[in-house]
Design a protein around this ligand. Structure first.
Ligand SMILES: [Zn+2]
Length: 327
């Protein structure tokens, strides 16, 4: 339980199927956490109403009086306008497009509300309380179905005037390569996101390279996922190791660009396949060692994220404390 009288924030990390909410102290201590199903609708922003409902419940669960709630932070899976409090576009929660999240949630909870993009929140969480807590400048990559990220300079996560700073998934690493969801070709996300990884593994199997994945992925490889590839690489599977090495190479190339652009103290890799360990980190570090000539970047400063899938929730809570500090 929080020491008597201290203020807390509630962080909410919204997702298309579930969301979680947590009560967090200014030191990053998690007092209570709960996961919920995300209610869906074609045109009503039910997820925002559910998030607002969760705030009261989680405060009660933490046994903290409502007058100690400093504010609510909400991580949104898509681009937002944080000043206006508006969700610009949420591909996995499209009924939120254009919704004023701050108005809806503060209307229901009576608390100040701040919103942020989920990758922004994850970066902020790692900067404040995770792998980056001892540095002021970092670049974060979140590896999943897509590739997100964020850049922190002077202890602040920056987004730029058009909110695109840190969109590392759209750094071009292979001109003319696979088509990306953004319409471009050869973006990092196209090469090392879910589809890029799976496509490469399937192509190698079709070329006759033997693999444990043949049996594990179903007759038409329809069950194949990046996690399965990283597990097979752990088991010593040559094909899976090849796929991870290729992903590591492309990530390394993108990191080299980030190093000269942002001059980070630390590079943090989070999300599903970042848990793969050396099979991914070795090729990344090798690429950076060989290609980041002027920086002399110490490749041991490329590290895994520490907050796992709680990063979004922690980061949402951190939005509240940061806003308080800025006033
Ligand atoms: Zn792209």
């Amino acid at each position: 339980m929080a020491p008597a009288g201290r203020m807390v924030a509630v962080g909410v990390d919204l997702g298309g199927t579930t969301f979680n909410a947590g009560v967090v102290t200014p030191d990053g201590e998690l007092i209570a956490e709960q996961s919920y199903d995300t209610p869906r609708s074609d045109d009503e922003p039910l997820a925002l109403e559910a998030a607002a409902c969760a705030v009261g419940g989680i405060m009660e669960q933490a046994a903290i009086k409502p007058d100690r709630l400093l504010g609510v932070g909400v991580g949104i899976p898509g681009p937002v306008d944080p000043r206006a409090g508006i969700v610009k576009q949420a591909p996995n929660l499209h009924e939120l497009d254009g919704a004023n999240a701050v108005e809806i949630i503060s209307g229901q909870t009576g608390a100040p509300v701040h919103i942020g993009n989920d990758a922004f929140c994850a970066t902020l969480a790692e900067l404040r309380w995770g792998a980056g807590r001892d540095v002021e400048n970092l670049v974060m990559f979140t590896l999943g179905t897509g590739v997100g990220g964020g850049i922190a300079l002077d202890n602040q996560v920056r987004r730029g005037p058009r909110q695109i700073m840190g969109e590392v998934g759209h750094i071009i690493v292979e001109p003319g390569g696979r088509r990306c969801g953004c319409g471009n070709h050869g973006c990092l996300e196209a090469m090392v996101g879910r589809d890029g990884m799976v496509d490469r593994a399937v192509r190698l199997m079709e070329q006759g390279m033997p693999s444990l994945l043949e049996e594990r992925s179903g007759p038409r490889h329809e069950k194949l996922t990046p996690r399965m590839i990283s597990e097979a690489a752990h088991d010593g599977d040559e094909l899976a190791i090849d796929v991870m090495a290729t992903a590591g190479h492309y990530l390394g190339v993108a990191l080299c660009s980030c190093i000269v652009l942002a001059d980070p103290d630390l590079i943090v890799l989070g999300g599903g396949i970042a848990a793969a360990g050396d099979v991914l980190f070795e090729p990344i570090r090798r690429t950076v060692r060989h290609r980041s000539m002027i920086s002399g970047f110490d490749v041991s400063r490329i590290v895994p994220a520490e907050l796992g899938n709680q990063a979004g929730m922690y980061g949402a809570a951190a939005l509240v404390f940061d806003a308080q500090g800025a006033e």
